[in-house]
Design a protein around this ligand. Structure first.
Ligand SMILES: Nc1ncnc2c1ncn2[C@@H]1O[C@H](COP(=O)(O)OP(=O)(O)OP(=O)(O)O)[C@@H](O)[C@H]1O
Length: 248
């Protein structure tokens, strides 16, 4: 299986930070995987995600997405990936529909295709009746669903999701997870960064457990669990690898 993402000795230290947020990270994500990027608060998940979608430059090391080096081909890579960041990236005073038209144009889609895609996804995520309401009036779950649609409009082959279910209710969460499982079965690769280990157990084919900017363990879900027969579930394994100390 070829890899959709390759991180090679990636390093990132924020100005004035005592140590790197990402420290010599090397990681390979196979094409077609649902890859769970897991780690406690401050482990370096968001920093890694920002570098792999080209929103932040590494201090050293390299990121390759679908065989393209991010430093050299950043613009081409960004057209091929869909990103739903942790912070909702929507305009609160525009309607759901207007927000999605904005994203569709940003991806360079033809007008007729934008409208077809918007109608399809508003229906999939049960937002069609809210299409012409201002996003500022939406619940957290509705905003998360819309944020996800914005990342999908151009049918990317790789979707990167930073905590896609944070702050949503059980119904929206279930809808999002079912959708991601379907998306995987259509051949889309997914990187799913989260704290929620039950969700990772439900949808991820591969795992990368990180802490202090380093990869502690990676592989298919079954090989990762198989390496630790003393752990009955992912939470036990996670605590074994990252410790029980509370993080800030
Ligand atoms: N802008 C910044 N300036 C300085 N330090 C930062 C900045 N952003 C993050 N950090 C630090 O870098 C480290 C990694 O942070 P990062 O947000 O990547 O972790 P995370 O795993 O996504 O955490 P969380 O689960 O809490 O979102 C942490 O120690 C954090 O405090």
């Amino acid at each position: 299986m070829s890899s959709v993402v390759r991180l090679d000795h990636l390093v990132k230290q924020y100005p004035n930070a005592p140590k790197p947020a990402v420290s010599n990270m090397t990681l390979e994500i196979p094409e077609g995987a649902v890859f769970g990027l897991l780690g406690p608060n401050g482990a370096g998940k968001s920093t890694t995600v920002m570098m792999l979608c080209g929103l932040m430059r590494p201090d050293s090391g390299s990121v390759a997405v679908m065989g393209l080096d991010m430093q050299e081909h950043g613009a081409a890579v960004r057209k091929k990936i869909g990103v739903a960041p942790q912070e909702i990236a929507l305009f609160p005073t525009l309607t759901a529909y207007e927000n999605l038209v904005y994203f569709g144009r940003m991806y360079g889609l033809k007008s007729s295709h934008i409208h077809t895609q918007i109608k399809k996804y508003l229906s999939v995520f049960n937002l069609q009746e809210k299409a012409h309401k201002q996003v500022g009036t939406f619940s957290g779950g509705m905003k998360k669903r819309l944020n996800l649609i914005a990342a999908l409009l151009h049918q990317p082959k790789l979707v990167i999701l930073d905590e896609p279910t944070a702050g949503v209710d059980v119904q929206s969460r279930n809808m999002i997870l079912d959708f991601l499982t379907d998306l995987k079965s259509e051949g889309t690769s997914i990187i799913y960064s989260s704290h929620v280990l039950e969700e990772a157990e439900r949808i991820c084919t591969h795992l990368g457990i990180i802490d202090e900017g380093k990869v502690l363990q990676t592989g298919t879900r079954s090989t990762v669990m198989g390496d630790h027969p003393d752990c009955f579930n992912l939470e036990q394994l996670f605590l074994k690898l990252t410790g029980k100390n509370i993080r800030d």
